[in-house]
Design a protein around this ligand. Structure first.
Ligand SMILES: [Zn+2]
Length: 387
């Protein structure tokens, strides 16, 4: 399962001495069935050509080149002969480094832009963006005796649990003895409460076992209010909306509504985040910073708590493979060297990608936001700081 934690783990699989090959392949069956094999051939052809020029320019060691050649061959063999493209898989991701015996394959339910990359770190930016674009949330559909818990991860719905409890019915019309009627109704209420507590407990354990961000409640308004009222505080904070539906509402209807609630919550979440970043950055002693250079500086100091980046924003920069310095072109030392260790400053097209990997390596949270004019003014990148 793709989570912040799993990306964090991947970000640490880089090597100081060898390149890691990262492949993203769009295998969406609705696009062009099997076309991805041809696409991979083209990607590999380009990469092999690039490798040949590096070999002739002697900018790569024999050992490094050999490891890359093995990665390419293994990936090619796997995709052409072993990989079976199932209907629910739209994106295939492979990380490989033969020299360190690292191999990891991830199938995604969302399509990705195909590309093949070789760097000292695995390319995790796309995974991080997907995670923010499709937040993991749960939907609890509840009535007075039944409940269903849905787990929506990367846009894919899975029924986590369906449960029903014995709940005696209410007395609707008064009999001769009013106290007996009250007793029956009290017993009914108690059973409903017990049922709701059970649903709440099941929801809580789902949240404890997964990195789930939000909770949406669905059902008739009266029971939703009652259910939300007895949720523990930690879960109540996660509720982003109610879907008022009859118990027999169809699943597609519920999911369309849930998706709308999640999208609204996402845009509010991003706006709040950027407002907070702006507020913290402007306040004296505030824990916020924006702009590329200050953000990279804070990252290098280990002071970042949450890295905030506009999705798709790229900026050129350089990295030092010796001491892992990442910086903007202006920060380079004399004659293209690292300002810290005087090692070679390797230019990169996208220093943001390096910053994202570096942030994950440090255990920071990474937030990729949709285009936002306020963040754009702030240089499309910023960070909430630890101290
Ligand atoms: Zn250095």
């Amino acid at each position: 399962m793709l989570t912040q934690k799993s990306i964090e783990r991947l970000s640490k699989m880089g090597s100081k001495t060898h390149y890691v090959t990262s492949l993203y392949l769009n295998v969406d069956p609705s696009r062009n069935h099997g076309g991805y094999k041809i696409e991979l051939k083209d990607l590999l052809k380009d990469r092999r050509q690039a490798l040949d020029s590096m070999k002739s320019a002697q900018t790569i060691t024999r050992d490094q080149a050999l490891s890359l050649e093995k990665d390419f061959a293994r990936i090619e063999d796997f995709v052409q002969h072993e990989y079976v493209n199932s209907t629910h898989s739209k994106g295939l991701v492979i990380f490989a480094c033969s020299a360190t015996q690292f191999w990891e394959m991830i199938e995604l339910p969302q399509p990705v832009t195909s590309h093949l990359n070789a760097d000292y770190d695995p390319y995790v930016r796309t995974l991080s963006e997907l995670l923010c674009e499709h937040r993991h949330y749960a939907v609890v559909l509840v009535d007075s005796a039944k409940a269903k818990i849905l787990d929506v991860n990367l846009g894919v719905v899975k029924e986590h649990m369906s449960l029903s409890d014995e709940v005696s019915s209410k007395v609707k019309y008064g009999g001769i003895d009013g106290s007996q009627e009250r007793n029956i109704n009290r017993a009914h209420e108690e059973m409903v409460q017990k049922h709701l507590r059970r649903v709440s407990g099941e929801t809580q354990s789902l949240f404890e076992q997964n990195e789930i961000m939000w909770l949406i409640l669905g059902g008739r308004q009266k029971i939703l209010t009652q259910f939300e009222g007895q949720l523990p505080q930690t879960l109540r904070k996660r509720v982003i909306g109610h879907i008022v539906v009859e118990p027999d509402a169809s699943l597609p209807e519920i999911l369309i509504k849930a998706d709308q609630v999640a999208q609204q919550a996402e845009s509010k979440y991003e706006q709040d985040l950027i407002n907070r970043l702006r507020g913290e950055s402007h306040a004296a002693g505030g824990r916020g910073i924006f702009g590329l250079q200050p953000t990279l500086q804070s990252l290098r100091r280990g002071g970042v708590n949450t890295l905030v980046v506009a999705k798709g924003f790229k900026a050129p920069g350089f990295v030092c493979h010796k001491c892992f310095f990442i910086g903007t072109p202006e920060e380079k030392g004399n004659q293209d060297t690292c300002p810290i260790c005087a090692g070679k400053a390797h230019p990169v097209d996208d220093v943001i990608e390096e910053a994202i990997t570096f942030a994950f390596m440090q255990g920071c949270r990474v937030e990729n936001t949709a285009e936002n004019s306020r963040l754009k003014i702030m240089g499309n990148v910023g960070a909430l700081l630890r101290f």
